[in-house]
Design a protein around this ligand. Structure first.
Ligand SMILES: *Cc1c(COP(=O)(O)O)cnc(C)c1O
Length: 409
């Protein structure tokens, strides 16, 4: 059972013609486990109370449930958002309302205050997103929420690691949520954490053997597709073929829907929300990877790749980084670039098979330039490029050269 989503106009992102040459998201490799030198940044999982679930949106729904959000309540979401943030609010039968962000994607607290004073449903929660890993002004947000008696949920989907004003990201909110898949080489995973409230009421159980197996297989297959883990691939070549045959037979016998429900939609990059995953623990394999994959390497290499992209694209006419600098406490999700003629650049980038993400490309129906012009501008003009830790030197060099060529007039 999934909540219905509104009809969305066909995405302008046509499918890439050939298989992408560079992994858009981290892929597991032997190097994933190797520590790297450099400054350690706190992780959202350092919080005293942690629940590992299968996605960030499930964690958000659980945060709202813990806060007692229900019918007649209002949850404030940013006008610059992922579509996946809205269904958890609707699942609570609460009303989402969208507040403005400015041209740098910072929370517009004047607009938040105006929405709180506007009447109608009682504002109970403010959700604030640390876009691309860059923190919002948490002292101001915390003070605002305390003064108004509103709960603060930090959306750390883009900020698994990081700190602001000497405190870990995720520790200022009543709750924080994270999306492990955006930072770790894994097929599913999200976290609900809190530095303020125990999570004893959030009881989780295994999603079953089929799910556990699917997570391992999908993680490995994704990795093999990009030439990683060759030794394991060789060892598994026969069993994998046996698995394909077995999988084919299972699928033939079961209706397609039953096979698909083995894993949540969040693992296949859609925006669906299925409450059936609310009480499911993240898989054993994903939890093992969270514990074993090197955090220092994720932080160090993402920062290095980000800075290399920034240097390579600096000074090109018609585009500029969303952020002028990379602060010490930030571990970036992607490298966001503001591009004047984004439509044409996007088409050329896709044509070349170069990896690119358009965060918030589709906004919730009705969220237009009248409500928040900056959100609409950002959703149309930010092109974001991978800077993750699993880009090989060769892949990175190819991507950088390609982007430079496409973006040079
Ligand atoms: C991806 C994302 C989420 C949801 O995370 P999933 O793990 O995909 O459910 C929430 N908020 C933002 C800003 C996101 O980009």
């Amino acid at each position: 059972m999934s909540l219905p989503l509104p009809a969305v106009p066909a995405s302008p992102s046509a499918p890439v013609p050939q298989r992408p040459r560079v992994p858009l998201v981290p892929v597991l490799s032997g190097a994933s486990f190797r520590a790297a030198a450099g400054r350690r940044l706190p992780s959202v999982l350092d919080a005293p109370h942690v629940r590992l679930v299968t996605s960030g949106r499930i964690a958000l729904a659980l945060a709202l449930r813990e806060l007692g959000v229900g019918k007649g309540d209002c949850v404030l979401l940013p006008a610059y958002h992922s579509m996946s943030m809205v269904p958890p609010v609707l699942w609570r039968e609460a009303a989402p309302r969208f507040y403005r962000v400015d041209a740098h994607a910072r929370v517009d607290l004047d607009d938040v205050a105006a929405l709180c004073d506007a009447g109608g449903a009682r504002v109970k929660v403010l959700v604030a997103t640390h876009y691309f890993g860059f923190p919002q002004d948490l002292a101001a947000l915390r003070a605002f929420c305390d003064a108004r008696g509103i709960a603060l949920v930090e959306d750390c989907a883009h900020a698994f690691f990081g700190e602001a004003a000497g405190k870990p990201l995720g520790s200022h909110g009543d709750y924080a949520i994270a999306s492990s898949m955006k930072f770790f080489p894994m097929y599913e995973g999200g976290a609900l954490v809190s530095a303020r409230h125990p999570l004893d009421r959030v009881a989780l159980r295994s999603a079953g053997k089929g799910f556990e197996a699917k997570v391992v297989l999908n993680t490995l297959e994704h990795s093999f597709r990009y030439g990683r883990l060759p030794a394991i691939r060789m060892l598994l070549a026969l069993p994998m073929r046996a698995k394909d045959a077995l999988w084919g037979r299972i699928k033939a016998r079961r209706p397609a829907t039953a096979a698909a429900a083995l894993a949540p939609g969040s693992s296949d990059s859609d925006y669906s929300f299925d409450p059936g995953w609310l009480d499911k623990r993240s898989s054993l394999f994903a939890r093992l990877l969270l514990a074993r994959v090197s955090s220092s390497r994720i932080v160090a290499l993402r920062r290095r790749n980000y800075q290399r992209l920034q240097q390579a694209l600096a000074g090109l006419p018609g585009c500029r980084p969303l952020h002028a600098a990379l602060p010490d406490g930030v571990c970036p999700w992607l490298f966001p670039l503001l591009v004047d003629d984004a439509e044409s650049a996007f088409a050329r980038i896709r044509q070349r098979g170069l990896p690119v993400v358009r965060f918030a490309e589709t906004l919730w129906p009705g969220e237009d330039a009248d409500r928040c012009p900056d959100s609409v501008y950002l959703s149309r003009h930010v092109l974001a490029f991978p800077c993750h830790q699993e880009l090989s030197e060769q892949e990175f060099a190819w991507m950088r050269a390609g982007l430079l060529e496409v973006l040079t007039p």
